[in-house]
Design a protein. Structure first.
Length: 354
């Protein structure tokens, strides 16, 4: 096989354009083979019970080349769902088994929150993680910014510049993401290194953080900032990236901040603080003018879940193991609890450096 490969590739070295075409052909072929294998694993998983039926495989709608998406139907409540499949790596801290699955589902039930997108099921099967999520035809925050169709190929969706969102919407979405991150922290969830605009679902005008399963299975973050930043700052820095993209309709380029200043003065102020030599904490960001007066109406009402629901020791132990296996993760104390949205006026919260 090696000899055949050399014989095929040697002539191509003289013709770069042919070599590029051959390389592209190989990638397409590899993707086709991976898709067939993913479909087989998905089908095997769905056949374990009569709850779900496969509707159709989806295009590569996300940035991960080794991830696959499927539309499925939940027969128990007569609604469609989204199933994702991604191979596990040696860094996955969770062992396959009924006990781990029970703890995972306990965790996801406890993470029920208006600004967290729910994970309905997470199964480790055949060296892959299968995740079932609610189906949302509106797509992600990135789709909103770039006015793209959620189920188009990722490589085609974001080729052109997006459109900045209204300042009020940037502020609302930013505060909602901030609340979601603080909620995860208070539950003892490891630092969330997977926050980007593609991992924020917009549902009925509300920004909801998704991709929590990536942390549990030890998936490598896709954003360079999440790989390079210290864990204590990664969430604030990632939020800064998303704030910029919501304003500029493009990936972050701090040299463009002066251009954004006329329409987004308060947002630019926060972005400058986030990327200053001293990165503010999430609690410090709540004091900023942009977020202080946002009405969190989704956090009000008698139908809300009990945010103070306690996790079992076994579940906390699972989270501790996930945190321990996170690169660069220090041992941290259990964060303080709160029963509602963070209060910008809390006296225990330090002041943001202007």
């Amino acid at each position: 096989m090696l000899l055949v490969s050399i014989l095929y590739l040697a002539p191509l070295q003289k013709y770069p354009s042919m070599c590029k075409s051959y390389s592209m052909f190989c990638r397409v072929g590899d993707r086709s083979m991976e898709s067939s294998a993913a479909l087989a694993i998905c089908t095997e998983y769905l056949q374990q019970s009569s709850r779900y039926d496969l509707l159709s495989p989806l295009a590569s709608i996300g940035c991960r080349l080794n991830k696959h998406w499927f539309a499925i139907h939940d027969n128990s409540i007569k609604t469609d769902r989204l199933l994702t499949l991604m191979p596990l790596t040696s860094k996955c801290p969770i062992e396959q088994g009924d006990r781990s699955k029970g703890l995972i589902m306990e965790l996801f039930r406890a993470l029920h929150h208006p600004y967290i997108y729910p994970v309905l099921d997470l199964e480790l099967c055949n060296g892959h993680a299968l995740t079932v999520l609610p189906f949302n035809a509106r797509g992600s925050l990135k789709d909103l910014i770039y006015k793209s169709t959620w189920n188009d190929e990722y490589s085609r969706k974001y080729g052109t510049a997006g459109t900045g969102l209204p300042a009020w919407q940037v502020a609302r979405f930013g505060r909602q993401m901030l609340e979601g991150l603080l909620f995860l922290k208070e539950k003892g969830f490891p630092p969330f290194r997977h926050l980007h605009s593609g991992n924020v679902v917009v549902q009925n005008g509300v920004a909801r953080i998704c991709g929590l399963e990536n942390t549990l299975i030890g998936a490598q973050p896709r954003c360079p900032i999440a790989l390079a930043a210290q864990l204590e700052h990664v969430e604030a820095l990632s939020l800064g990236h998303v704030l910029f993209e919501m304003c500029a309709g493009a990936e972050i380029d701090l040299s463009l901040l002066p251009d954004l200043l006329p329409n987004y003065p308060n947002v630019v102020e926060i972005i400058e603080q986030i990327f200053s030599p001293r990165t503010p904490s999430l609690h410090e960001l709540l004091l900023c003018e942009l977020f202080r007066k946002i009405d969190l109406r989704e956090m009000k009402g008698s139908c809300l879940p009990n945010f103070s629901q306690r996790l079992s020791r076994s579940c906390l132990s699972l989270l501790g193991e996930v945190a321990r296996r996170t690169p660069g993760s220090p041992r941290t104390r259990t964060p303080p609890r709160r029963s509602g949205p963070a209060s910008p006026a809390s006296p225990a919260t330090p002041t943001v450096r202007r």
